[in-house]
Ligand binder design. Structure first.
Ligand SMILES: [Fe+2]
Length: 337
């Protein structure tokens, strides 16, 4: 088989990118980010004063290191702290196909099972056979007249100690100076547009998942290039509200939400963070397959969400919380871009 034929065959193979395995950040304040990611609900793994890994239930994660750590990929030349986006793929054949595609016009390094390259906007990328562990957890169960009960008698919908742990790294949103150029690059890797905000950017789904989006991009001036936010999937809207409420009660600052997006139908709640970006909880995102036709809409408040709430301190008809109630701990957060 000649080289050209093999390359064409590899390109024709479906590149089964499943989703994000890890996002790597180089941060100003490792201690503050460690506290933040732990309070958000991720599990610290091998974390030291130099940073470490913070995992969701399926092993997807955020990794942080000090911004001057020489082990980090170079930054984007902006204020963004994102240093690398690591995608999990289905198999070695997908790594072969990505390597064949990207090696046609850029440097690609494959070492220890990890393939590294940069996209056309300068974002450092890595690809590996996914670290995701299969999860066997129920979705939020809802009872409704007209439907068979989803929760058995005496099973409480909201026990006070209900866990609300991030299950899986959902999506990342980039600020980019040229969304058309960026979209063309990710199309080469098998990403398809599921919906688009006209003049803003596309929601992109890689071929190995049916999630509405793994990557969304927003057109911005070049100095803003970087990560706008990332989010982990929760078990349902109640977990978004519960985890977000607990996060507020730990002193973190709500940025937007809770609410429910129009494109993707995902519930959301965004928070400010010391990672130079917003951090979100999400749940119940739409799934799509190849029969889906992407929608387009101008960006607006109505297009961005169906409804939006705002957190309020707990209250009851008998009055506000008692005077002299202990103050909640307040952790310093840095307003993000
Ligand atoms: Fe999001």
């Amino acid at each position: 088989m000649n080289t050209q034929t093999k390359l064409e065959q590899l390109k024709d193979m479906k590149m089964k990118i499943i989703g994000l395995d890890t996002l790597v950040f180089g941060v100003d304040d490792v201690a503050a980010c460690s506290q933040y990611l732990t309070d958000y609900g991720l599990t610290p793994v091998a974390v030291t004063a130099q940073g470490g890994r913070f995992e969701a239930l399926d092993g997807t994660a955020v990794e942080i290191r000090a911004k001057d750590d020489p082990a980090l990929p170079a930054g984007l030349g902006t204020a963004s702290m994102l240093r690398e986006t690591v995608y999990g793929v289905a198999d070695e054949a997908t790594l072969d196909a990505i390597e064949a595609e990207l090696a046609t016009d850029r440097t690609v390094v494959r070492q220890g099972g990890v393939l590294r390259a940069s996209d056309d906007l300068g974002f450092a990328l890595a690809f590996q056979v996914t670290v995701r562990k299969p999860l066997a957890l129920p979705a939020e169960a809802v009872n409704a007249p007209g439907a068979e009960p989803n929760r058995r008698p005496n099973a409480l919908g909201l026990p006070p100690d209900m866990p609300a742990s991030p299950r899986s790294l959902s999506h990342v949103v980039y600020f980019v100076p040229d969304t058309a150029k960026a979209e063309a690059f990710y199309q080469r890797l098998g990403f398809v547009c599921t919906d688009r905000f006209i003049g803003v950017g596309p929601f992109l789904r890689p071929a190995g998942t049916q999630d509405h989006h793994t990557l969304f991009m927003i057109q911005t001036p070049p100095f803003m290039k970087g990560c706008e936010h990332f989010t982990f999937h929760m078990g349902g809207p109640t977990e978004v509200l519960l985890a977000g409420t607990r996060f507020v009660e730990k002193g973190y600052q709500s940025f937007w939400g809770p609410g429910r997006h129009r494109f993707g139908s995902n519930w959301f709640w965004y928070f400010n963070s010391p990672l130079g970006c917003h951090v979100e909880y999400d749940a119940d995102m739409d799934l799509h397959d190849e029969t889906w036709a992407a929608r387009e809409a101008p960006m607006s408040a109505d297009a961005s969400q169906l409804f939006l709430f705002q957190h309020r301190e707990k209250w009851a008809p008998s009055g506000p919380p008692p005077a002299g109630a202990p103050l909640r701990p307040v952790h310093e957060t840095v307003p993000s871009t």
